[in-house]
Write a protein that binds this ligand. Structure first.
Ligand code: ZN
Length: 300
């Protein structure tokens, strides 16, 4: 970590002073280390491996994020997917991360997931095929004349048209599966599936402790197959170009992150009002800046 430059922001504001003593508890450290697949080589030296209670260092700050991810529901033992997201987000991240490792490294981005490309590819193809099918069916539906034999012929052509769309859609979806299967095999050989965390995850202004928890949710939505398919809206605080989700309805990583922050604002336990208010601000920032089509609401 010698070549990484960073400074530690106010730890009362970030929540690290609040959560640090809680995650500095050996059974929690052992459990989190194994459950979230910390890749040992990447947390040595300045990253905190031998100093995992020191919240100036990245490892302890990552533990804080995982603590808040797992223990912010009133009855946190209940991780049922039928309960609110505060209950099951920690479990969701654990399940998505099976087969993935967690690394920390220099760079001023927040986080990147490697190895989800094939799952994302298959989902994207499926999504495109579905859209192709919907548009195709629409273009095969036209007003038919009401005199025979014109009406009969017209209906028949419309059905042939729809049949063709159906067939090509199935081929399209099947192709997506075959291609992603080949992709996966190549991927297993070529890539270590992993989430990489960068300096802005540990020290960035939006990455107080709950902000870090929300980043885990975001990255795991990528592992589940949702890539960013949109471009940032004009004037976005995230810059321009790729990396946005096209809409709220797309149900992608940005929405999941915002929703987790929203729940934390509404119902987060064992925390402070200040951190909850900041979670609301961060969620609203995402809602305003991370979607190509503005979702059209803010959390008040
Ligand atoms: Zn993302």
């Amino acid at each position: 970590m010698a070549d990484c430059e960073y400074s530690v922001p106010d730890k009362d504001v970030s929540g690290d002073n609040l959560y640090g003593p809680r995650s500095c508890y050996q059974p929690f450290v052992d459990w989190a280390w194994n459950s979230y697949h910390f890749d040992s080589d990447w947390w040595q030296d300045g990253w905190g491996f031998d100093d995992c209670c020191n919240t100036d260092k990245p490892l302890a700050r990552a533990f804080n994020g995982l603590w808040v991810l797992n223990y912010s529901a009133e009855d946190y033992q209940n991780e049922d997917y039928g309960s609110s997201m505060l209950h099951w987000a920690g479990r969701y991240v654990r399940e998505q991360m099976s087969g993935y490792v967690l690394r920390a490294t220099c760079g001023d981005k927040i986080a990147t997931t490697f190895g989800a490309g094939c799952t994302q590819y298959r989902n994207d193809v499926k999504w495109d095929c579905t859209r192709y099918q919907r548009d195709g069916y629409e273009s095969c539906s036209w007003e038919c004349c009401d005199w025979w034999p014109c009406s009969w012929l017209c209906e028949a052509v419309s059905w042939v048209c729809k049949g063709w769309i159906w067939l090509t859609t199935q081929t399209c979806v099947a192709w997506g599966y075959v291609a992603s299967w080949f992709c996966t095999i190549g991927n297993e050989i070529a890539t270590t599936k992993r989430i990489e965390l960068y300096l802005n995850f540990f020290y960035g202004s939006q990455k107080d402790v709950p902000g870090r928890a929300s980043t885990f949710v975001h990255e795991c939505r990528h592992i589940a197959g949702k890539s960013h398919r949109g471009t940032f809206p004009p004037g976005s605080g995230y810059g321009s170009g790729d990396g946005a989700d096209e809409s709220w309805e797309y149900d992608g990583a940005w929405r999941w992150q915002a929703v987790w922050l929203w729940w934390f604002y509404v119902d987060g336990k064992r925390t402070t009002q200040a951190l909850r208010d900041k979670a609301k601000d961060n969620a609203n920032f995402i809602i305003q800046n991370a979607f190509s089509a503005n979702p059209g609401f803010i959390i008040s």
